[in-house]
Design a protein around this ligand. Structure first.
Ligand SMILES: O=S(=O)(CCO)c1ccc(-c2ccc(C3CCCC3)c([C@@H]3C[C@@H]3c3ccccn3)c2)cc1
Length: 235
C-alpha cells in the first residue's frame, strides 16, 4: 500500500483516538446536554486564557451503519449539505482515496473573527473479530499547507476531530442478506479538540459550543438517515 508523506502522522493520531475512545467520561468530563440517545460531554480547559474545551459526544442512530455515517462525514460532495457552519469547502490535495486535505471557511460566529480550517481527513475501517462488525472512523486534523496560506484577519483553527462508529445488528437473521434497516443501528463517538486559534470570549465560545455541537450531530444524523432510507445497506 503506497505510503504518502502523512502516513506516519495519520497512523499516530488514529491510534491516539482509538486509545481514548473508551475512556471513562465519569472522571473530569461534565455532561452538558442530553437529547434521547445523544449525550454531550465537555471538559473545561483553557490555554493562555483561550478556551479549548475538549468535546465528546455519544449517540446511537437507528437504521444506519457506521460505514454510512463515516462515508457521509468524509466525502467532499456531501459536505455543504449537512455542514451548516461553513461558507466554503475545498479539497486542496488528494493523498489517496481515503486521505484528502480540505481547506474550509467557517461562517463568522459573532463576536469572533472568521475562522478557516486546513486539515487532513482520513477514513478507515478497522476489522474487529470475525463475528463482530468492523469499526469505521474519520479523523480530521489540522495541518499547514502551501495552498492554504493564512490570510489575516481570518484566524486559523487548530482542530483534531474524530468520528468513530460501530454497527450493531439486532437479532441478526440467519442469512445476512435478510438484514433490514430496522435491525441495525450505529453507535458513534465524536470527539473534538478545537482551539479557536485566536482569542474568543470564553463564555461566548462555551455557549456557541454548547449549542452548536449537539445541533450539528442531530442535523448530521438526520441527514444520513434521510440519505440512506431507501438505499441498500452499506456495511
Ligand atoms: O467535525 S469537523 O471536523 C467537520 C469539518 O467540516 C469540525 C467541527 C467543528 C469545528 C468548529 C469550528 C469553529 C468553531 C468556533 C471557534 C470560534 C468561532 C467558531 C467551533 C466551535 C465549537 C463551535 C462549533 C461547534 C460545532 C459546529 C460549529 N461550531 C467548531 C471545526 C471542525
Amino acid at each position: 500500500k503506497g505510503q504518502h508523506r502523512l502516513a506516519n502522522e495519520i497512523e499516530h493520531i488514529v491510534q491516539e483516538h482509538l486509545k481514548y475512545v473508551h475512556e471513562d467520561v465519569n472522571h473530569g468530563w461534565d455532561l452538558i446536554h442530553q437529547d434521547g440517545e445523544m449525550k454531550v460531554y465537555r471538559r473545561e480547559v483553557e490555554e493562555n486564557g483561550i478556551v479549548i474545551d475538549p468535546m465528546k459526544m455519544f449517540h446511537t442512530i437507528k437504521g444506519v451503519t457506521g460505514h454510512e455515517m463515516c462515508r457521509y462525514f468524509y466525502e467532499y460532495q456531501y459536505r455543504m449539505e449537512w455542514e451548516t457552519t461553513l461558507d466554503s469547502t475545498k479539497i486542496i490535495e488528494v493523498l489517496d482515496p481515503d486521505t484528502v486535505i480540505f481547506h474550509q471557511m467557517h461562517k463568522r460566529v459573532w463576536p469572533s473573527a472568521q475562522r478557516d480550517n486546513c486539515f487532513w481527513s482520513h477514513i478507515r475501517c478497522i476489522a474487529k473479530s470475525e463475528e463482530d462488525q468492523p469499526i469505521w472512523l474519520v479523523v480530521n486534523h489540522t495541518i499547514p499547507h502551501p495552498l492554504a496560506p493564512i490570510k489575516p484577519p481570518q484566524v486559523r483553527l487548530v482542530a483534531n476531530v474524530a468520528l468513530i462508529c460501530e454497527t450493531v445488528i439486532n437479532e441478526p437473521p440467519l442469512n445476512p442478506k435478510d438484514i433490514k434497516r430496522e435491525n441495525i443501528q450505529c453507535r458513534l463517538t465524536y470527539v473534538a479538540f478545537v482551539n479557536p486559534g485566536g482569542w474568543v470570549p470564553g463564555a461566548a465560545l462555551r455557549s456557541v459550543a454548547k449549542r452548536e455541537y449537539p445541533r450539528f450531530l442531530k442535523h448530521f444524523s438526520n441527514y444520513v438517515i434521510e440519505q440512506t432510507r431507501d438505499k441498500p445497506i452499506l456495511f
